[in-house]
Design a protein. Structure first.
Lengths: 358, 353, 308
């Protein structure tokens, strides 16, 4: 018995949407089985995970708030992944961006008069810090051929330790009983809230704008074209004269900048101060989102919303049904695996052929 | 089995709808770690269970565990929106999120553990862990053959530093030349790292271990090597019956029940609680693996602290740099202990800043 | 510093390196076959949970270790089906398996938190184990440590002294040419992936059965990622892998020893040293290479889709 993959002639756009949707259904069904094994009614679990979070304005806002950094980071990652550059260090770039922007906020703490420039300066500082931090694995790869997977991953730990050191030491609030957190940022250094209830902040708009921008760049500009070609066929790219080194640096810069921007948006929007941890693993979850979204910005937006929905639904399920958070994680891993498998099925016909395994 | 029973019960209650829960006070708890850490979060959950058992017809409890600080605001708000009347947030990192949510929900009462900021509907509560440390220090100095104690510390925050200092002062009261080696593991709960730290300390000559981290790994490591150790947050005797001397147990049960009662009868007010052995918030697990005279000394010290005759930070207390922190005849005021960021004389390490 | 203290420190370094050695040697085989498995962390943590659960239920450390390896193998089978069978993207599939493994391990482990059992027994040869200075280090370890080193020797022998190993390495270098020669590319790759998963699961069960003999959520603490780094650091050669594991395990443990010995650097700097050391080591490796290009198996990470 042998599993043969025969490439399909063309890839129908219907299949491109249907495949992830079917994968999602399959994951939900399997999740229902797991939930039943844990002794909980699958319909109650489905309601808690998927329906309940959509039924309240507040939780809709929370979904948007959680999806925004994921979509932003994942969009940046899409540029890298399409070019076969495996940036695993988005979490570190996120942290560095938040730290740099936060330092700007702390440096301008208490200033009076014209303060409108502070927030944009913070956002720029965060973005540039993310770019600079992403340049380290990029340059090491271009100059020395060092694996970017490992360098970017190691730098995540370094970034986290740096933030930890800064928020416990030099940036600590002197009046705060030596608790490891900075003073709360001024109002001028915070992203404005978008509606009543003080939940949804402008970071959501930043993320959405980035997704739109990325769609245009990937689809309509030469740079986007280069990225897509290099990933699909490196030899063709070389023949076309696209410089692999320049592209590597540019893709990492985009990815690092997006992650850094997401970092400062989170700090200036939601958190409002610097503390030892500012990310519940956004950089890593964004990698899942990027693949779930098939590396295309609109798909990434949808995937970010799905992941955010299941995470928030998982918290509700923990309260109402005592379902553990591990279930959410297992579901997300399962979903990604099924989407990847389904994606193969849109590109290939799978045939079981009798005969020896090859 | 118990897991699925509770889940079924939960689903059953959900199906019955809120009508069944009308009239009951809903109380929520937010834990930073897993209930199954058998340490800090475990003790908070014990207080939740005690509350549920004390007033089953008037109170309904629920909890969220493994809530990272970055996600805590949403978790706390979710509880507030689910109809909770009283919410306990049990990690100091939840301080700002608790205050933010409390502002949005003025009719809900919040209790923040180990923090220092209050509001009209936010109380704080914490335990004078350092009192227990003082007792442990005395025991350690009595029993250590090498004169060196190993301390596995989590993060350099005042709560941990005051614990180290109280431990040292207790030890010095028995043996002025006692030495303490401190390792910072930068985590509250990571059994692998805690075990590695324990191994490192034991390899460097410490023969008694104490910790301000939550797992039982150091205790088990000590037992493996035939040494003695103190447990943390909860009675971890069953993890290391041959090694545990005692454990500083956080007992929040009484406080949680009395706060819930206050909400039920309308007398709840925002206040700050910082109780110790006297108030029953700090309890020392039964003294084991020690000779009778050391046990008697330990029990006497506990009684003396409860009666106010002994204070861990009674003067004279000298800082590591030589200055006098507390004069002879006085005791350290609460703000000094709450913000402690210096070592006492006798500790050779530099405090990470 | 007495001789015994030095020995104790070396023992802690070796035991810290052991899970890295076991997981990394498995991944080395997988990568030599041309597949990049980023799911090592998920397979490791599942091995820890299932291994501990099995050991509690059966009372046997050996059965626990086998169950842990089996759990890793099971997850690896899913990974193999996705990447070797269906030629899905290897990076994404590996990450999916990591997340899935983390979630599953939590679900399996819930009923076993807070339970303890005796740690895996240590070898004790009267006379040899008591030799001053080296007795405990060489003759007093538990079975996992010796198993890890045996695995390294076994893999070395297999890859460079047997025909099967030669074929595997050839597949990792050029799957198209080996396929054209009629060799069973996907079957061998799948077997390699299974082996790698079993090793990762075994490494995980070492953590919960010997290193800290109980189960705690997420107890692997990123060791799977370090194992991946080690394979690259070792230039895909087993001997260098052991050296790298000792270096890395040592760096992690030595920073604790340094603190205990009152060496006064900020804790975060000491904690960051292992990661910085890895980056520096990777850079030095690249600088020191005489020929250009990477030492990696040439077909590493590339999809293989044979068809008629």
């Amino acid at each position: 018995m042998r599993l043969d993959l025969v490439p399909r002639a063309g890839r129908s756009p219907l299949a491109a949407i249907l495949a992830p949707a079917l994968a999602f259904l399959a994951a939900v069904l399997l999740g229902g089985v797991a939930v039943a094994l844990l002794g909980v009614s699958p319909t109650a679990a489905f309601a808690a995970y998927f329906i309940a979070p959509l039924s309240e304005l507040w939780s809709l806002q929370e979904i948007a708030l959680k999806a925004a950094p994921l979509a932003l980071i994942a969009t940046g990652l899409a540029f890298c992944y399409r070019a076969n550059l495996w940036n695993i260090g988005a979490e570190g770039q996120f942290v560095v961006g938040g730290l740099a922007g936060g330092c700007v906020a702390l440096a301008t703490q208490g200033s009076a008069g014209f303060t409108l420039w502070i927030l944009p300066a913070m956002l720029v500082a965060g973005t540039l810090a993310g770019v600079a931090y992403a340049m380290i694995p990029a340059v090491l790869k271009v100059r020395l051929g060092v694996s970017e997977i490992l360098t970017s991953l190691m730098l995540v730990y370094v970034a986290q330790l740096l933030l930890d050191y800064m928020s416990r030491g030099p940036l600590r609030d002197p009046a705060g009983y030596n608790f490891p957190q900075s003073v709360a940022f001024d109002a001028a250094a915070r992203l404005p809230y978008l509606m009543e209830g003080e939940t949804l902040h402008a970071g959501v708009l930043v993320a959405f704008a980035a997704v739109v921008l990325a769609t245009i760049v990937l689809g309509r500009t030469l740079f986007g074209f280069e990225v897509r070609v290099v990933g699909a066929s490196p030899r063709a790219a070389r023949f076309a004269g696209f410089s692999e080194a320049r592209l590597t640096l540019a893709a990492f810069a985009v990815s690092g900048g997006a992650a850094g921007l997401a970092g400062i948006a989170e700090v200036a929007g939601k958190i409002g101060q610097l503390q030892p941890t500012i990310s519940p693993g956004y950089g890593f979850t964004a990698i899942i989102v990027a693949f779930l979204g098939r590396l295309s910005p609109p798909g990434i937006l949808a995937a970010a919303l799905v992941i955010a929905l299941t995470t928030i639904g998982g918290e509700g399920a923990q309260i109402d049904l005592r379902l553990p958070l591990d279930l959410t994680r297992a579901f997300q891993g399962l979903l990604l695996g099924l989407v990847l498998g389904a994606d193969v099925l849109t590109r290939f016909k799978v045939r079981l052929v009798p005969g020896g395994a090859r | 089995m118990r897991h699925s029973f509770c889940a079924c019960l939960g689903a059953f209650l959900l199906l019955l709808g809120p009508a069944q829960a009308e009239g009951k006070l809903k109380v929520g708890f937010v834990y930073v770690g897993p209930v199954a850490d058998y340490g800090y979060s475990f003790q908070h959950d014990l207080s939740r269970k005690a509350l549920a058992e004390a007033m089953p017809d008037k109170v309904e409890t629920t909890y969220l565990e493994n809530v990272p600080e970055a996600d805590s605001e949403r978790a706390i708000e979710k509880l507030a929106r689910s109809g909770m009347g009283l919410i306990f947030t049990t990690s100091f990192g939840f301080m700002e999120p608790t205050l933010k949510v409390a502002k949005k929900f003025p009719t809900v009462k919040f209790e923040h553990a180990t923090g220092y900021k209050r509001a009209a509907n936010v109380s704080t509560y914490s335990a004078r862990f350092y009192e227990g440390r003082y007792v442990c220090g005395k025991i350690a100095a009595k029993l250590s053959k090498t004169g060196t104690v190993g301390y596995i510390a989590s993060f350099p925050i005042p709560e941990v530093v005051s614990g180290i200092n109280a431990f040292m002062l207790g030890a010095q009261s028995v043996n002025p030349n006692v030495k303490v080696k401190i390792v910072w593991v930068n985590t509250w709960f990571d059994p692998g790292k805690e075990a590695e730290a324990a191994k490192a300390l034991l390899a460097q000559g410490a023969d008694i271990l104490t910790q301000h981290t939550d797992s039982a790994a150091p205790l088990q490591e000590a037992e493996k090597q035939g040494k003695l150790a103190f447990g943390q947050s909860s009675d971890q005797y069953r993890f290391a019956p041959k090694a545990q001397l005692t454990s500083i147990v956080d007992d929040w049960n009484g406080y949680v029940v009395s706060e819930a009662k206050a909400v039920l009868d309308g007398s709840w007010k925002s206040h700050a609680t910082w109780g110790g052995i006297k108030d029953g918030l700090v309890v020392l697990a039964p003294f084991t693996n020690m000779p009778a005279d050391v046990k008697a000394m330990a029990e006497d010290t506990v009684k003396a602290i409860a009666a106010g005759r002994t204070h861990p930070f009674a003067g004279p207390v000298t800082k590591q740099d030589g200055t006098v922190a507390v004069k002879d005849g006085e005791t350290a005021p609460d703000p000094m202990i709450l913000g402690m960021n210096w070592y006492v004389k006798g500790i050779d390490d530099k405090l990470p800043q | 510093m007495t001789l015994d203290m030095v020995q104790m420190i070396l023992v802690t370094v070796l035991t810290a390196a052991t899970p890295l050695i076991i997981a990394a040697i498995g991944e080395l085989v997988v990568e030599r076959a041309g597949v990049l498995n980023l799911g090592v962390e998920g397979m490791m943590i599942c091995g820890a949970a299932v291994g501990f659960a099995a050991a509690i239920e059966t009372g046997s450390t050996l059965l626990g270790a086998l169950a842990g390896a089996g759990a890793g193998l099971g997850l690896a089978a899913v990974f193999g089906l996705l990447t070797v069978g269906l030629a899905a993207n290897q990076v994404a599939s590996g990450l999916a398996l990591t997340i899935l493994g983390l979630g599953l391990s939590g679900l399996v482990g819930t009923s076993y938190v807070g339970l303890k059992r005796d740690p895996a027994p240590h070898l004790d040869i009267p006379g040899l184990s008591d030799l001053p200075g080296v007795g405990r280090l060489l003759f007093g370890q538990d079975a996992f440590v010796y198993a890890g080193l045996t695995l390294v020797l076994g893999v070395s022998w297999f890859l460079w002294r047997t025909r099967g190993g030669l074929i595997l390495r050839a597949i990792g270098d050029d799957h198209t040419a080996t396929h054209a020669l009629g060799l069973p590319v996907r079957k061998l790759r799948f077997l390699a992936v299974l082996f790698g998963g079993a090793c990762a699961g075994l490494a995980g069960s070492y953590l919960s059965l010997a290193y800290t003999p109980f189960w705690a959520p997420a107890m692997t603490a990123g060791r799977g990622w370090i194992a991946l780094a080690l394979v690259v650091f070792a230039s895909w050669r087993p001997a260098r892998l052991v050296a790298g594991a000792i270096l890395f395990g040592g760096a992690t443990v030595l920073q604790l020893h340094a603190q205990a010995a009152s060496i006064g650097l900020p804790g975060q700097v000491l904690s960051a040293l292992p990661y910085l050391a890895t980056i520096v080591a990777l850079v030095l490796l690249s600088l020191g290479r005489r020929q250009g290009g990477s030492l990696a198996p040439a077909a590493l990470g590339r999809d293989f889709t044979p068809h008629r």
